[in-house]
Design a protein around this ligand. Structure first.
Ligand code: FE2
Length: 599
């Protein structure tokens, strides 16, 4: 039984192939067309899948898509009716940038794309799965036999937050809020108000929040309020997105209370930092309130968090710390990047009733490239390179990292979801306090306040971080133990937390061996890990990786077994990033940057 989950006309277009309940490939189109959050039909992903698996149309039993289009139409009509005629503005494409109007005829559009790919007159049936059902279905790939499942995103086809209880191959929805009563949408619109991109840059605001103070928290409590029934209510006296969408999301009251919007080129001030702080603090309170209500109502103590809001690793860590939830699991594709996969899982288990037999232990379900392809790309770029046997390669790269070199690390299949987890990563030494600034300004070209994730061997994680469960997908931000903050200063955010990734040998042996060897050399089994990209989708192919390497100031590039420090005929190697030795003095430097210093 092979299910193809697929979506387009909304952000994060892509597909997943599920064969007898086990994923074969999970691909996002942005990795191929190099356009972030693309809405285009995933034709390159489909071509890659067809080629790798030798698929024909007849090999696919059913196609699923993570939107119940009929329900979405009904929801859209009721929204339009509610604020008519002002709501006619919602028909403008810019009123809902991340989604095109054609999503209302998604099945027709998908059928057209599939026909163009397969040229088949008879396609498999296309099944619409509810959007939140698709998110919730990640439970079926979780490590839990039974769990609470909380879905929170911008909006789905009938709700914006929902809660399920999962057991075996069944999920049952017990609670939901309406589409526009959305903590996710509020987070997105305030992200835009702060001068960042909505539906994409929310993580920047989460990081910025750590630099703020509680100036606006009390006032923000009037914007979203927890309700006695265990839910929450957005106060629409502040918002007009119910009539105008992204065209005009705020009413005057919001601007009068929290200040005017910031243009992307304008400097960040204390006012912006404090608004980010209030947004994060009140969102956390709302999420904790919903989780506590669920815990009170149901006996399960394990929690799956899914939907875009589940990428808020700071809130996730607080759930573990401040509620009775025992373990939390967030898939690597918690956002809509995982929706096609989830729609396939829902159909296979919930609708068809097949038992579970698979746990998502790693995120490496993207395409992989052969040695010949890597070598061709290196030669075409005119780079001198060596092929080094694995054990020697690991020793060499670990030594490079210990020497302060920045390494582009490209191995095997690329990851699903928005995080690089060790196969398309830029790696660096966390012991050097200056490394975060070097990476942000010279390699990634991004805001100086953005933190980097520490990747740590699972067995050593609790020695460095206040955590006692695995976090393989970088979805929690626990506190760094006070005694270890000076050991890994570049990995500690200003609030004393680290966005960790725990690495297990069984999930990624080569990545594990590299961190282990670095630990042997330095006593610190932790590496800074950031995605292999800069202001573009994470690299997919060897060509993408080489292009990014040549444009940035990374020192070393490793593609499979191939190693280079060359930058070709231009001799750009002279630009190599100079990083001071990791001195004891440097390590003692505090990372808990004062507010003034960070401004
Ligand atoms: Fe979603």
């Amino acid at each position: 039984m092979r299910v193809l989950g697929i979506v387009a006309k909304t952000h994060d277009s892509g597909l997943a192939l599920l064969n007898d309940g086990i994923p074969e490939l999970v691909l996002e189109e942005e990795r191929y067309n190099r356009s972030k959050k693309t809405k285009k039909f995933p034709k390159q992903s489909l071509a890659a899948a067809v080629e790798e698996l030798g698929l024909d149309c007849a090999d696919i039993d059913v196609v699923t898509t993570p939107w119940d289009v009929a329900r979405l139409r009904r929801t859209a009509l009721s929204i339009m009716a509610h604020r008519f005629p002002l709501s006619l503005a919602m028909l403008a494409p810019r009123a809902h940038g991340p989604q095109q109007n054609q999503i209302m005829v998604l099945n027709h559009y998908l059928a057209k794309g599939l026909r163009e790919c397969f040229g088949a007159a008879k396609l498999p049936p296309i099944v619409n799965v509810g959007h939140h059902d698709s998110h919730a279905a990640m439970f079926f790939a979780s490590p839990f036999e039974e769990a609470l499942v909380l879905v929170m995103d911008g909006y789905g086809d009938d709700c914006s937050s929902s809660a399920y209880v999962g057991g075996g191959n069944r999920l049952e929805r017990h609670w939901s809020t309406s589409v526009l009563n959305s903590v996710g949408l509020v987070y997105t619109f305030v992200t835009e108000h702060l001068g960042f991109a909505g539906f994409g840059d929310e993580g920047k605001v989460m990081a910025l929040a750590a630099l703020g103070e509680d100036t606006y928290v009390e006032r923000f409590r009037d914007v979203i309020r927890p309700t006695p029934d265990g839910g929450y209510a957005v106060n629409m006296a502040y918002f007009s997105y119910d009539a105008f969408g992204q065209l005009r999301p705020f009413r005057r009251k919001f601007i009068d209370t929290f200040g005017p919007p910031r243009a992307p080129h304008e400097p960040l001030t204390d006012q912006h930092r404090d608004l980010a702080f209030a947004l994060q603090a009140v969102s956390e309170d709302v999420i904790l309130h919903v989780v506590r209500a669920l815990v009170k109502k149901f006996p399960q103590r394990d929690l799956c968090m899914v939907g875009g809001v589940a990428l808020n690793c700071v809130a996730n860590a607080k759930i573990l710390e401040m509620t009775e939830v025992r373990r939390i699991w967030v898939p690597p594709c918690a956002s809509d990047t995982g929706a096609p996969f989830g729609s396939a899982l829902w159909h296979y288990h919930q609708t068809l009733g097949y038992p579970r037999g698979f746990e998502l232990a790693h995120a490496f379900y993207g395409q992989q490239y052969s040695e010949a392809e890597i070598e061709r790309a290196l030669s075409a770029a005119g780079l001198r390179y060596q092929r080094i046997p694995e054990a020697q390669l690991i020793r060499r790269v670990a030594q490079d990292l210990a020497d302060g070199q920045i390494v582009g690390w490209f191995q095997g299949r690329f990851e699903m979801g928005p995080r690089a987890l060790g196969n398309r990563s830029i790696l660096a030494d966390p012991r050097r306090p200056e490394m975060r600034d070097v990476l942000n300004t010279k390699v990634k070209k991004r805001e100086p306040f953005r933190p980097f994730a520490p990747a740590v061997l699972l067995e050593r994680a609790s020695e460095f971080f206040e955590i006692d469960q695995p976090d393989p997908f970088m979805t929690l931000a626990p506190r760094v133990r006070a005694a270890k903050r000076t050991a890994i200063p570049a990995a500690v955010h200003v609030d004393g937390t680290g966005r960790i990734q725990t690495v297990e040998r069984s999930a990624n042996a080569r990545y594990y061996a590299l961190i282990e060897e670095f630990g042997r050399l330095t006593g610190v089994p932790v590496l800074l890990n950031t995605s292999f990209n800069r202001k573009e989708p994470i690299v997919a192919s060897p060509e993408d990786a080489i292009d990014c390497y040549l444009k940035s100031e990374m020192d070393v590039l490793v593609l499979g077994d191939f190693y280079t420090t060359d930058r070709g005929p231009e001799g750009a190697r002279a630009n190599r990033t100079r990083v001071a030795p990791a001195s004891e003095e440097g390590r003692r430097e505090t990372v808990l940057t004062a507010r003034v210093a960070s401004s």
